[in-house]
Design a binder for this molecule. Structure first.
Ligand SMILES: Cc1cc2nc3c(=O)[nH]c(=O)nc-3n(C[C@H](O)[C@H](O)[C@H](O)COP(=O)(O)O)c2cc1C
Length: 204
């Protein structure tokens, strides 16, 4: 996988990047993790506040606790919100939430520091870093996933598992590892369906 993706163009990476929920347990070299984190820190943030804080989880017990958080949020409320259980994404998310997440050798937990940003601006200053991380992982031949489900485990279980202080708000969990199998291109709506020219409603 990493060989096949050696030095792909920027747009190849962007167009191939997608949600990898099945990851090999093979370890990810520390230098790649640091490169991914560095890419995260090169994201824009309001007033360059850089409110991102990372917890890189490799410890098997903490990864299991995060996977338990995903399972309890999924079983507790999220599964019941699925609109179309026949959609293939449902089965993939179900496998991931019911234990698959624990296979990921690395889980980057992306937090926002409330001492560095207001909550109004937190999301918009944090999610660009998440996207950089996802793209950097793809550029290195790694699979990754933007996910929020574990954060919503009841009773603050997620913050407890990570020993987060009150000043840090967890905003995303990003499992990273070598893909168990390569996925095809993602399905996306066309820019013609999404875009107006000059004023809303005038077709592109
Ligand atoms: C804010 C956010 C939260 C997400 N949370 C989860 C999650 O908890 N579990 C999950 O399996 N996928 C999660 N996803 C991933 C989406 O399901 C995925 O990006 C989308 O289906 C597109 O997948 P694709 O790139 O493979 O086509 C999340 C994505 C975003 C942007």
């Amino acid at each position: 996988m990493s060989q096949a993706l050696a030095d792909p163009s920027f747009f190849e990476i962007v167009f191939q990047q997608r949600a990898y929920r099945e990851l090999s347990p093979d370890p990810v070299p520390e230098e790649l993790i640091e490169k991914i984190l560095k890419a995260g820190t090169h994201a824009p943030s309001a007033r360059n506040s850089q409110p991102w804080r990372f917890v890189v989880v490799q410890d098997a017990d903490v990864r299991r606790q995060i996977a338990d958080c995903a399972r309890s949020a999924w079983e507790g409320f999220a599964r019941a919100t699925v609109e179309d259980p026949t959609d293939p994404i449902y089965a993939a998310v179900d496998r991931w939430a019911m234990g698959g997440l624990g296979q990921a050798p690395v889980i980057i937990v992306l937090c926002g520091d409330t001492n560095a940003s207001s909550m109004e601006e937190m999301g918009s200053s944090i999610y660009p870093a998440a996207q950089n991380i996802l793209l950097a992982a793809a550029a290195l031949g790694l699979g990754s996933l933007m996910s929020s489900l574990p954060i919503y485990a009841p009773d603050g279980a997620f913050a407890k598992a990570l020993a987060l202080p009150d000043s840090l708000v967890p905003l995303a969990t990003l499992p990273i590892g070598y893909p168990a199998r390569k996925l095809g291109r993602p399905r996306r709506n066309s820019i013609q369906e999404l875009t107006s020219r000059d004023r809303f409603g005038t077709p592109w």
